[in-house]
Write a protein that binds this ligand. Sequence first.
Ligand code: ATP
Ligand code: MG
Length: 277
Amino acid sequence: MPNPGTAGALPTDSLEVNRAVIELDCIRLSYSYPAIKGSPAKPVFQNVGIKVYKNELVAIVGPTGAGKSTLLRCLGGFIRANEGHVYLHGQEVLRPSSKLVLIHQSIATFPWMTALDNVKLALTCKKIDEGEAARIAGETLDRVGLGSNKSSYPKELSGGMRQKVAIARAFAASPSILLMDEPFVHLDEISATEMRREIHSLVFNPENTLDGVVLVSHNLNEVVELADRVYVMNGSPATVVDEFRIDLPRPRAWRDSSFLLDVDHLLNDLGTPKTQS
Ligand SMILES: Nc1ncnc2c1ncn2[C@@H]1O[C@H](COP(=O)(O)OP(=O)(O)OP(=O)(O)O)[C@@H](O)[C@H]1O
Ligand SMILES: [Mg+2]
């Protein structure tokens, strides 16, 4: 229940010192129409609680259809839970805002615009002049390592570079939370490996405004390489069946025995045979 007098704010007993930057407390989420007319819509997930603390990269894993993309859309304010709430810095999220940006698996750049113009798009809703928008977009491209590609069109860039343009556009809006839905799945393996190596320092670069990242991925190696904590969703309707902390030092090597043990832990949660004998 919202605190009386502070509409949409968290209840005071939740104001712990180490409060989550974003949290979702979802009792039930269904899409509005039922599979069979007249029957109640089956929930996609229920009783799901997700918290992201300052500077955390939290991953969500689960089988296809478990509702991971739906959960990201809910965190981003694009859809609302039937019962439940999302709070960003203690304020209820009721609609999308520039504080919450979503990067999709499809690499979304506009082919007729230069890298700079693609990034400037994120600033169109902010009341700033053209010169200032170009300066911010240019600085953001510098930060992701594309400073010398500002005038390039997407077709002149590699898949990894195009995804970096999409990431730069997300950063340019000065978000608080970055939501990433299988962001490397359409990259070739070499580009994906490079992006995974770079993403942690990119997102937690002190020049960014980001407080936290939520990553959805089917790639458990990617999850163990990048995440601080993992929520595992499973079942139908899905619930959170495990919350798992990855305590390995960085950089993390996929072949280390401790790395493989964590991958096995997640495989076990998902009911999949283990990688090791
Ligand atoms: N816009 C929508 N309208 C109605 N049902 C939807 C909509 N989007 C998703 N669903 C349904 O909600 C369930 C969860 O879908 P969602 O895309 O969130 O799963 P997911 O875990 O992201 O799957 P994947 O791993 O395949 O991406 C599925 O049964 C899907 O058919
Ligand atoms: Mg999905």
